[in-house]
Design a protein around this ligand. Structure first.
Ligand SMILES: [Zn+2]
Length: 117
């Protein structure tokens, strides 16, 4: 079974049982916090628990390596929207040990993936 089928099946019962009610909050971050962090799957549950955050506490922006690669890119746009439209007042950039981006070299990456594209 493809993962999307599992997700849709789970979502049907999630909605039917109104399990989403436990996560209802506003669009405004309760702790007035924006976090830029890595998309690493090890951080999915770990980061909020390590920082004592609950649903609705912070705007969390994720990308590979927790980097701002362009001053007018989507990461900066998201941070600015969080500050100027959603009342966030603090920005945290959170990296982690053993990040896959730390050792990534663009030449090696492009060479090893050239066959795919
Ligand atoms: Zn990482």
């Amino acid at each position: 079974m493809a993962i999307i089928s599992e997700i849709l099946q789970h979502n049907q019962s999630f909605v039917r049982e109104e399990a989403f009610r436990a996560y209802e909050t506003t669009k405004f971050p309760d702790k007035k916090l924006v976090i830029l962090t890595c998309m690493d799957t090890r951080l999915t549950e770990l980061l909020p628990k390590a920082m004592g955050l609950c649903n609705g506490d912070a705007k969390i922006i994720k990308n590979a390596g927790a980097v701002i690669s362009h001053p007018f890119g989507s990461v900066m746009r998201s941070i600015l929207v969080a500050i100027y439209e959603l009342n966030a007042s603090e920005v945290c950039v959170v990296g982690h040990l053993d990040c896959g981006m730390a050792g990534l070299r663009h030449r090696t990456f492009m060479k090893s993936n050239r066959k795919r594209y």
